[in-house]
Design a protein around this ligand. Structure first.
Ligand SMILES: Cc1ncc(COP(=O)(O)O)c(C=O)c1O
Length: 392
């Protein structure tokens, strides 16, 4: 059994998630608990740590040529876990997903073009579009009375029909609302995009995390036609907590689209994976299956903690995630504005979450909770919020 229960303090290390508390809240914030940025409070899988330390001891760290075993490991993982055939010639290994998304936007659009995103969504999508000189068309997700998010296809039709609209940035599974888009939803989205000449950039970084009963459909599984018009972004970084090593794999089966993407990567100075990044990625995909299975079980338990907390509170409800290790809490029932809610969570409850408004205006009144932490830590955080609500 893997030990996910022991808390390893990161307050004093180089963790962005923990340092940002000090930066934003200053002195006297040492008691505040971090449940924000999407990395995990767990050490990586032991087989990965071993591969990295072996590489540090034995490898010569000159310029790298990624070995064929790397592509074999990636291909086997994608085939076994996602039913996807990934040939080496489809793959560009890059340092992280977001710089690759930026390059993909450059490859598929010209300044002044438009890109569709579906807010509330991972906020660097907005920054990437803005930095590329694109106008954002927001195909806002729709939340129904049962707490279920869906896509607004009528609105998508209108936006995709804009002749300057050249790309759609898809998040599947969706951060922060936790949807694992169904095959039917993705087929409808793809049909609209392909009919209108809109390339789909599919960020599938959370694809290894689903809860029981849900299965991710990687976009290119919808068929050759869709595969020819999409770029898929995958990575071991969320799955195995390797974000600090910056390693991702971009999958493009259409040779001319891949050429355009690779040129765009060169034009941003290259996004070379560092040696330890690809060593870790290969080890993860070769040896990480059982570790991930146990992690998923653990996360299902953690989701239960957040669910029970939300059920016990009047003004808070949980948007049930189907995937990701992120919980999207609707706190609108507490009747606070977005700034007050942030101050309440940080000041009264002493927890540091990601405020919903960061993900788009419709995220106002929501909070995103990172559940990838020891259960005792998550319980403490939920207890703190409950106690702060009781004191109001
Ligand atoms: C949807 C999504 N894409 C990309 C990233 C960041 O990936 P990277 O660190 O590889 O740029 C995240 C991190 O939270 C994410 O949630």
């Amino acid at each position: 059994m893997i030990d996910f229960d022991t808390l390893v303090s990161r307050r004093k290390d180089t963790s962005e998630k923990w340092q940002v508390i000090k930066d934003e809240m200053g002195d006297g914030s040492d008691d505040v608990l971090a449940l924000s940025i999407a990395d995990m409070e767990f050490p990586t899988c032991p087989a990965i740590a071993e591969a990295i330390s072996d590489a540090a001891r034995h490898d010569i760290l000159g310029y790298d040529h990624i070995p064929s075993q790397y592509y074999d490991a990636l291909g086997s993982w994608m085939s076994e876990h996602h039913g996807l055939e990934v040939r080496p010639e489809y793959v560009t290994a890059t340092a992280a997903v977001m710089p690759a998304v930026l390059a993909a936007l450059r490859a598929t659009t010209r300044p002044g073009d438009k890109v569709i995103i579906q807010r509330p969504v991972y906020y660097p999508f907005t920054h990437a579009a803005e930095r590329t000189g694109l106008t954002i068309l927001d195909n806002e997700l729709v939340l129904d009375a049962n707490g279920h998010y869906s896509m607004d296809f009528e609105d998508l039709e209108r936006k995709a029909a804009d002749p300057r609209c050249k790309a759609l940035l898809l998040c599947n599974p969706h951060n922060p609302v936790g949807r694992v888009w169904t095959e039917a939803e993705l087929s409808r989205l793809a049909e609209i995009c392909l009919r209108n000449g809109v390339t789909i950039l599919a960020d599938e970084i959370h694809a290894d995390f689903t809860y029981e009963g849900y299965e991710v459909t990687m976009l290119s599984r919808l068929g050759d036609d869709v595969a020819r018009h999409c770029i898929e972004f995958t990575a071991p970084s969320k799955t195995f907590n390797l974000a600090g090593l910056a390693c991702a794999n971009v999958i493009v089966s259409n040779p001319s689209l891949k050429r355009d993407f690779d040129i765009a990567v060169e034009n941003v100075g290259g996004l070379t994976v560092n040696h330890f990044g690809y060593v870790a990625c290969q080890a993860a995909y070769e040896h990480g299956g059982e570790w991930l299975r146990q992690l998923q079980e653990y996360l299902a338990g953690n989701l239960g903690i957040v669910r029970r907390f939300a059920q016990s509170q009047k003004g808070v409800s949980l948007i049930e995630p189907e995937g990701t290790y992120l919980a999207w809490l609707d706190c609108n029932g507490l009747g606070m504005g977005s700034d007050d809610l942030r101050d309440f969570m940080r000041g009264s409850a002493r927890v540091f979450l990601d405020e919903g408004i960061l993900f788009g205006q419709s995220g106002s009144g929501f909070e995103r909770v990172n559940m990838a932490c020891p259960a005792s830590f998550l319980t403490e955080a939920m207890d703190r919020i409950a106690a702060a609500i009781a004191r109001r």
